[in-house]
Design a protein around this ligand. Structure first.
Ligand code: PMV
Length: 319
């Protein structure tokens, strides 16, 4: 038996533009996590008979699914895909029977990286149960393959920040850069309660871009500049300048049509309650927003967000 856990994540700056090669900043959120447990059933091996030899249970979402039949072919099922990719990487052609149990406190389709966190936890638990330890890079790569099933054309930021569990300055296709936080700062994360599949908002931005590449490349450039300025601010402890940068990033996300009335309402409510800056985080259209707050204002901003309709809030310190 082996267990592994993976944190949630938020994107601080740069979502969507990151799909088009601009940088983004993301950090793990340790208050929420996915946990996977892999139990090998050693007296039973998968040979000709595949039925029921691999069972995935996720009681939180009432999933009790024998997946074995999905493992023979390339599959669109994210869990089956992640499991078979581990077998493939480890060169296991006749996997033992096993049961994988997944629990998660990360809300689904809300921009906190639930899909990538489940993948990372399953990969690590399964590899450990099979007697292997994978590097963060290997785990991230495997999770990326599955992110493609969730997202369509993912940048890779979710699997990277979650597999490394460190603050990441991410540029698609480039080696991971960890950034340092000179002075801790506090964020309130608020969930609109509306699930919004990232695949759709990413697809819609793609359509905008295809119709007018010149315009949207310029918008993505503006986002890229905000991200670079935000990284410098975080690394030098200039936290005060992060608020206006968040506001500017949110305005550009609105222009990309990925905000929503609920997200905008929460952003305004946070600002009215004294947040220094606020923006949607992740794919948008629903899911989560983040607000930068002075530590002493965290509770009152969180209350204001709840009063404005937030389903749930998390107060987190980035350090
Ligand atoms: O919705 P999330 O948090 O999984 O974030 C997706 C971030 C995007 O930039 C919108 C897409 C991507 O693949 O980077």
């Amino acid at each position: 038996m082996a267990t592994a856990s993976a944190p949630g994540k938020i994107i601080l700056f740069g979502e969507h533009a990151v799909v088009y090669g601009r940088p983004a900043l993301a950090v793990p959120v340790l208050q929420v996590h996915a946990v996977a447990r892999a139990d090998l059933v050693t007296d039973k091996r998968i040979g000709e008979k595949w039925a029921d030899a691999i069972l995935v249970e996720a009681p939180d979402i009432q999933l009790f699914s024998p997946l074995s039949h999905l493992l023979r072919e390339p599959t669109p099922d994210p869990l089956a895909s992640v499991i078979s990719s581990v077998f493939q990487l480890l060169g296991i052609s006749h996997p033992p029977a096993l049961k994988i149990t997944i629990t998660s406190t990360i809300p689904v389709a809300s921009g906190l990286g639930s899909g990538a966190a489940v993948s990372v936890a399953v990969i690590r638990a399964l590899a450990a149960a099979l007697g292997h330890s994978l590097s963060d890079e290997q785990v991230s790569q495997l999770a990326y393959e599955t992110e493609k099933l969730h997202h369509g054309t993912p940048s890779g930021i979710d699997n990277t920040v979650i597999a490394y569990a460190k603050p990441v300055y991410f540029v698609r296709g480039q080696p991971i850069q960890i950034f340092s936080v000179a002075r801790p700062f506090r964020l309130v994360i608020a969930d609109t309660g509306q699930a919004a599949p990232t695949k759709e908002s990413v697809g819609d931005v793609r359509k905008l871009w295809e119709a007018d590449q010149h315009r949207w490349e310029a918008v993505f450039d503006k986002v890229g500049k905000i991200v670079v300025a935000a990284k410098e601010a975080v690394e030098s402890g200039e936290i005060a300048s992060l608020g206006p940068l968040m506001d500017a990033n949110h305005a550009l996300l609105q222009e990309m049509t990925v905000s929503s009335p609920e997200l905008d309402r929460l952003v305004l409510a946070a600002k009215a309650a004294g947040a220094n800056g606020a923006k949607l985080s992740g794919g948008g259209r629903g899911g989560n927003m983040i607000a930068l707050v002075q530590p002493e204002k965290a509770e009152s901003v969180a209350s204001a967000l709840k009063a404005a309709g937030a389903r749930n809030t998390i107060i987190t310190t980035i350090e």
